[in-house]
Ligand binder design. Structure first.
Ligand SMILES: Cc1cc2nc3c(=O)[nH]c(=O)nc-3n(C[C@H](O)[C@H](O)[C@H](O)COP(=O)(O)O)c2cc1C
Length: 308
């Protein structure tokens, strides 16, 4: 049974032994002790989003449970790119599997600088670009909510790195295909869909928003149908490798994303409920293929798309 998938890059490709990765921000940097399974059985680890300078994140309360999901507004707490390169990359270099570093800039220039800092660093196999960052020049609208800004960020990153570049789209837009096309035309090697959905919770006892930053991102099983729809729409319209993400907690969820056109998947929130979730997803995918005599995971990719 072949589970291997490839995300071709302009200079180097991202080769995954299997299509199951961790989602940014839900698995830290993959280096903590006490993981419930051998993470090197996964396809890759995607790190917490890294910024140029260290960030402390938002004050508490930063998370809340919802029916079938959770809200988070962590505020990109991270040690900064220099500490990541110094302390974490040498450990990733000893791994059998790739580490994909997620980056976010406050400006287009910062995105480019982050990409340049990571280029050629041993242990870093690809960059995932988190474009859910407020663009001060556009009144705080996120880069990923505007096709022109999303393309400008992509161009800045691609120009500064030889690594494969995956751009992670925000679902908080009217026309996801329009944004996806702009980002692909700007040089992205692959897309990741989706980041969290803008949401909020209100504490009825206290009569105020539950989360300190008021608004937060919704994730988990509740968003899976939205994520599937967006993967399907983009895969129908554009020929580009897609990493599906949103509410995946079991093998069949991953299968559904592959059938919708994803080449690989990421598992996020499910890890908080079941720390073994990424491995369970992989084993469930293997079982699905085994039970149906599917020899190559590539046979599933896009198989549910209606061809015209
Ligand atoms: C606690 C938490 C922290 C997150 N941090 C990040 C982050 O740093 N960068 C990012 O691109 N996405 C981040 N995400 C979004 C996830 O990577 C993922 O896109 C989203 O949660 C949907 O997938 P899921 O339903 O499997 O969690 C975070 C999600 C959660 C729940």
């Amino acid at each position: 049974m072949n589970l291997q998938v490839e995300i071709p890059g302009r200079k180097a490709s991202l080769l995954l032994a299997n299509p199951v990765m961790t989602a940014s921000g839900t698995f830290s940097f993959g280096l903590e002790r006490g993981h419930m399974f051998d993470i090197q059985k996964l396809g890759a680890v995607v790190t917490k989003t890294v910024t140029l300078q260290p960030r402390a994140g938002n004050p508490q309360v930063r998370t809340a449970e919802t029916p079938a999901g959770m809200l988070n507004a962590i505020g990109l707490q991270n040690p900064g790119v220099d500490a990541v390169i110094r302390e974490m990359a040498p450990r990733w270099a000893r791994w059998r599997i790739p580490a994909v570093v997620s980056i976010l800039g406050a400006t287009i220039d910062e995105y480019g600088r982050l990409a340049r800092r990571l280029d050629g660093v041993e242990g870093v196999s690809a960059i995932e670009v988190n474009i859910s960052s407020p663009n001060a020049q556009r009144g705080g609208m996120e880069f990923g909510q505007d096709a022109e800004s999303a393309a400008a960020v992509t161009e800045a990153v691609v120009a500064k790195t030889t690594l494969p570049v995956i751009v992670k789209l925000t679902p908080n837009v009217t026309d996801i295909v329009n944004i996806a096309r702009a980002v692909v035309d700007a040089g992205a090697d692959a897309l990741c869909l989706i980041n969290t959905l803008q949401a909020m919770a209100i504490d009825a006892q206290e009569r105020r928003p539950t989360i300190s930053s008021t608004f937060a991102g919704l994730s988990g099983p509740a968003i899976k149908p939205v994520a599937l729809r967006m993967v399907y729409q983009v895969a129908s319209a554009i020929d580009v490798p897609i990493v599906g993400c949103g509410g995946i907690s079991a093998g069949e969820d991953a299968v559904e994303f592959l059938l919708a056109g994803a080449t690989a998947v990421e598992v996020g929130t499910a890890t908080f409920v079941n720390p073994r979730a990424p491995l369970d997803v992989l084993e469930g995918l293997e079982r699905y293929m085994h039970d149906r005599g599917i020899e190559d995971v590539g046979e599933l990719v896009g198989a549910a798309l209606r061809r015209v």
